[in-house]
Design a binder for this molecule. Sequence first.
Ligand SMILES: Nc1ncnc2c1ncn2[C@@H]1O[C@H](COP(=O)(O)OP(=O)(O)O)[C@@H](O)[C@H]1O
Ligand SMILES: [Mg+2]
Length: 435
Amino acid sequence: MNRIFVRFIGPVFLSIAFAGALVYGVITLLFGEPIKENAARQAAPQIFLLEQYIDKAPGDEWLQRLNKVREVSQVKFDLIPLRTALLQLDDKQRAILMDGAVVIDVPGRAFYRRVDLTGYRYVDSENDVLYAQDLPIDRWQFLKIEMLRYVLVALVLLVPLAFWSRTHWREVQALARVTEKFGDGELAARANTPSSSSVFPLSVQINQMAERISQLLTSQKQLLHAVSHELRTPIARLEFALEILQDSGVEPKNRQRIDAMRGDLYELNSLVSELLNLAKMEQQHELQLQSFSAQMFVQNCVDSLPPMRSEVQLATVLDSSAMSLIGDQRLVTRATQNLLKNAMKYAATQIIFSVNESKNGYVITVEDDGIGVPEEEREKIFEAFHRLDRSRDRNTGGFGLGLSIVRQIVQMHHGSVEVDTATIGGARFRLYFPH
Ligand SMILES: Nc1ncnc2c1ncn2[C@@H]1O[C@H](COP(=O)(O)OP(=O)(O)O)[C@@H](O)[C@H]1O
Ligand SMILES: [Mg+2]
């Protein structure tokens, strides 16, 4: 069952109920109340019996006829004083009764009628009323039949609605899948809804939007790449020039300035290399998937780290030494090292680096006991150039590209990355790689 259909069921039943009430109201207005009509029909045989058999008796035999009927009939015929009867009726009914006609009491399953108007059937008969009870009136039967009618109409109506909404639902779901894929970074995802579909215009717009976004992203990446590339030559020239300047006997005062300039240039240079790395990563679509030993991988990652601050301890935990991982080894190592380098900057005393089997792949965890990442920043730190502005972050240096490279690598592997709080207090980064 789809959501569109479920949302339809309620309104359909409500409007059918409303239609039922409306039909009943209009019919009552035009032709009198159907429940009463129905009751009158159900009471008709008894009234017929009264008018065509009992009333047809010659004047003084009326009571005898009535008694004969009483003996065989299921219906209770009582004679009650006119005054009592009037008390049980409303104004309209009283008027009808006084005219000598039959008054039907639907809820009481009874009818009233005066014996006669002039007293010719027996002494004082004009002051008596024939009160027939236990008539075979069933006012619910009528309502039940009516309700059944409308429920059947509603059910039959729902069949075409279900078919109609199912097609829509499927098409909408297909579109949702496309936008989801696109959002997950699969920029080539496009909707191919048939032109006969009612969501075709929407799918065309989604495709156009996707086309435009991927064009923008591509040109932005190309620009970044080109600019970084172009920066390399002037940087190299500047480095060269500074080198020469330093060698050509400058005053000590200027020497200091030149040193500062070289520092800045070094920083600029590393930014450009990082940017080129990122651009290369983004342009690389082919992964070199291979199976490699987890133990070797852990060793590699640890070995190529820069020297650690003396107070920081790195512990490695491996699920099983025989475990093997699947992925582009160079890239997985790179992502892990980015996490380890961050942890080295932020850890107070401890870093735990572990590799575990997960439900359908493996998970690489790097946690530290540093200041951690505040909850509201956990999405943003993966964006390029996003760095938190705490004093600790300012002291650590870097351009905020490390984690965006991590995310890029994980996405290329169709995996995911998460950050939360470590059991030892700081940040815990987890990389999930599916097999
Ligand atoms: N282990 C960590 N503990 C606390 N904050 C971290 C940690 N790792 C990353 N961050 C935060 O995320 C930001 C982005 O990290 P990253 O992309 O590696 O850039 P960079 O290391 O160049 O600052 C960092 O500036 C820092 O604020
Ligand atoms: Mg970093």
